[in-house]
Every structure is written in C-alpha cells, then in structure tokens.
Design a protein around this ligand. Structure first.
Ligand code: AMP
Length: 434
C-alpha cells in the first residue's frame, strides 16, 4: 500500500475529488476562511502571521503548565543542536500576544484588533471533529478592558456563523470574575471537594491542591458525577462588584444587538491570567464535539509572558467544526468557479496562438487553454467539463481573419470576436458575472 498521511490529519482536496466530504474540500475551507476574513476586516481587524512553531516556554506559560494541552498534547520539535526544543503551536493567542510585545505593537492605536488563521497542532485522541492538525480562525483585541470590546468580539463570532448561513448555533456566556473572586471560589471548592477526595480522578486530586476550578473542567466521568452530586454553586455567584458590573454591561450590549445567549455557569477557565468574560459557541446538531469555538478575556496574559500589563480578549473558531455544522445543516456552499473562458486551437499550427491569447486574457480573468488541437465539438465538451462560461476556438480560417469563434456555453449563442477586442470582451463578461 502507498504511504498514508499521519493519523489525525487531513488533505485538502480539489473539487470533484472522488473521496470528497466538506471537511476535506479545499474550496469549502476557503469559503469559511474568506467569510471570516470579510466579517473581521469590516470590523477593522488586521491580519497577523506568526510562526507555526514557538519556544516551548511560550506555550507553557501562554496555555498553562497544568492544562492537558501542555501536559499531554504537545508536539515537540527536536533537531540537532543544544536547544531545549520547540513546539508546534497548539493555539494562536500566546503567539499573537508574544508578537505584540516583541514588536512594540502597543504603539499602534488601541484597541488593536488582530486576526489570523492557520493550522494548530495537538496530540489528541483522534475522533470525528477532533484532529491532531486542525485549523482555527483567531481574533484578538489588545489594549482595552471596555465591556463593549467583549460584546463586539462575541457579536463578531455570531456574525461569522450567520454569514456562513448557520442557524443552529447557541452562545453560552459566563464570567470567571477577577483573581480575588476566583480565589474565593477556589477556597469554596476546596472545602467542598476535600471530604470526597477519594472519589476524584488522579488528575483532579492534583487539581484540588493546585487549582480546584479546573476540576469542573475535567473530562473524567467520575469527576463529573461527583460534581453533579455535590450541587456545586457556580462561579457567577462569586463575582465581585467590578466583575459583576462588567458582565452586566456585556449582556446588555448583546441583548440590545439581538445576539441570543444562554448564561452558562459551567464555563471555567482555571488559569490565572483569564479574567471576566468567557464564552463558547455550540452547535445543536454536531453531537459531542459541538463546540464550534470559544473565547475569553485574558488581561493577565501579557504579564505572564514577561511583558507589561496589557488587557486582551480573543476567540478562536475551529474551521473543521464549522464545516461539520454546515454539513449537518445542509447549507449549500459555492465550489470553486470554473474559468471565464476556455480557448482551443482547431489545428496544431494555432495551438501556440491560442495559448498566447489565453495568457494575455489572464490580465483580466481566469482563462484556460487546450494543450493540443481539438475538433470544435470536443473543444466545447472540454470547456463544459471544466465548467467554463465561454469557449473559444481558433483555426487557420479564424487566424487569417484575426477573429475567435466564441460560444456562450449556457445559452449556446455563438459569435465572432476580433482578437484585438478579446480584452474588452473578457472585461464585459467579468462584469456581467459580478
Ligand atoms: P480552544 O483553543 O481549545 O479553545 O479551541 C477553540 C476551538 O478550536 C474549539 O471550539 C474547536 O472548534 C476547535 N478545536 C480545538 N481542538 C480541536 C481539535 N483537536 N480538532 C478540531 N478542532 C479543535
């Protein structure tokens, strides 16, 4: 058997490939990316690119040494040399905040809105919707604590799913308060869980001393059963006055803008640098891996990476998850369009001329050509197969008169276009299409 791609990865394939499903169709991917780009650029977000690999220390501090991602799911890159090791980035936020600090982006007008997209890597147990190389669209805003920024960030996620044509999406919204609120909550949880420590998973026993909030986030079934049994009070009950007012403002904006949301006290972000607003978008039909994306405020992160205090907030969508949701809802997606014109010579002497005309036409539109002479019927058939809008043929007769014989493949109408008018013809056809 020929060699296979690694487990948990996907090839992105051209339209018409035999084994096509949406989550591996390159044009479907591009559609999701372009939709997100349009929504985010209209909001003033600028693109930022960062390396696919980073210092392990950045990811340890940026994602958190106690998280599953850092403890179990890092792809480490070794190479000859005495360097301690790089890791393939598991998410985008740490890199973007690093780039912000390293490149002095603080000098740009605040709040600074940045976005990116690209592959992320986590060595996870592979299942549907959970890959080892997956792709995110990422939006980050640096330099503001204003609740209006939080609400706008959530609205933008909502705008992306709406623009994609998805309807079965719910926003789950929570707040994890300020550090002192979380401390109070952690003390409460420690008191509550300690008498039942024996029933906790090993990971959660460890969390009980280090960071009890993360128990609530546990994937273990025994932990979740105990959590239900103990009727744990939600973090929202522990918000201090400032965090409570901030959260109320975020909700008021969303309500005023018509973004429906459910309060979800179970959203926890246990790490120190997270503050206040946290949310997730879920799809009603995608099953267990229903989270399409999530986000939160991380005002303590820049300092955690060794920089000054810079407030920030951001979110990430999983592109594969969005594609699963689009599939589940049966939303029709545009495939890649065919060429505007397909050009063929009717005899070998004119193959080079047809090619030259096609190359010139590319200044205006997508134009393809045949690499050998074709009979008129075959030329039109070939053009059809490529989903061209027009087909043009040129033989010795047409070449002598300086014209192309052009056929509109939808209407069947045929006419002659002088060679020197080809550019104008393409420009007009392009306008009609738009
Ligand atoms: P996170 O960075 O963990 O908050 O994830 C943000 C979003 O990325 C999730 O809601 C998923 O849509 C997506 N995602 C995270 N991990 C994976 C994965 N292993 N495979 C596919 N999508 C993922």
């Amino acid at each position: 058997m020929a060699l296979q791609r690694p487990k948990g990865t996907q090839d992105h394939l051209p339209d018409g490939s035999p084994k096509l499903s949406r989550d591996v169709q390159a044009s479907a991917f591009a559609f999701v990316q372009d939709t997100a780009r349009r929504v985010l650029e209209r909001a003033g977000a600028q693109f930022i690119g960062t390396p696919l690999f980073e210092e392990a220390e950045l990811v340890r501090r940026g994602v958190g040494g106690s998280t599953d991602i850092v403890r179990k799911e890092m792809f480490t890159v070794y190479y000859f040399g005495d360097h301690g090791g790089y890791v393939l980035r598991p998410e985008g936020t740490a890199s973007i905040v690093r780039a912000y600090l390293q490149n002095g982006l603080k000098q740009l007008p605040a709040p600074l809105k940045l976005w990116t997209h690209g592959p992320m890597f986590r060595a996870e147990n592979v299942q549907k919707g959970r890959l080892r190389q997956f792709h995110q669209v990422d939006y980050e805003v640096l330099g503001s604590t204003d609740p209006l920024v939080d609400a706008e960030a959530i609205w933008l996620m909502w705008a992306v799913v709406r623009e994609l044509g998805l309807t079965g999406v719910r926003v789950k919204l929570g707040s994890i308060g300020d550090p002192e609120d979380r401390e109070a909550y952690n003390s409460y949880l420690r008191e509550l869980f300690t008498p039942h420590e024996g029933r906790l998973s090993d990971d959660s026993k460890d969390r009980l001393t280090r960071n009890p909030m993360r128990i609530l986030d546990s994937k273990s079934a025994e932990d979740q059963a105990l959590i239900r049994e103990l009727n744990v009070n939600p973090m929202l009950d522990f918000l201090g006055e400032a965090a409570r007012a901030h959260f109320a403002a975020v909700q008021a904006h969303l309500t005023a803008w018509g973004v429906p949301f459910d309060l979800d006290p179970s959203i926890v972000r246990g790490l120190d640098y997270y503050r206040r607003t946290a949310w997730e978008l879920h799809h009603t039909q995608v099953g267990a891996k229903s989270a399409l994306g999530g986000g939160g405020r991380y005002d303590g992160l820049a300092a955690q990476l060794g920089g000054p205090e810079v407030p920030g907030i951001g979110w990430a969508f999983g592109i594969e998850r969005l594609l699963l949701a689009l599939e589940a809802e049966g939303v029709a997606l545009p495939g890649q369009a065919g060429p505007l014109l397909f050009l063929a010579a009717l005899d070998e002497e004119n193959v080079g001329l047809a090619a030259r005309l096609a190359l010139q036409g590319r200044a205006v539109a997508r134009v393809e050509f045949a690499y050998r002479a074709l009979k008129p019927g075959n030329a039109f058939k070939e053009a059809d197969r490529r989903r061209a809008r027009y087909a043009a043929v040129i033989g010795s007769n047409e070449a002598a008169r300086g014209v192309l014989n052009v056929k509109n493949l939808a209407s069947g109408e045929q006419r002659e276009v002088p060679l020197e008018a080809l550019k104008t013809f393409l420009e007009q056809a392009e306008l009609e299409q738009a």
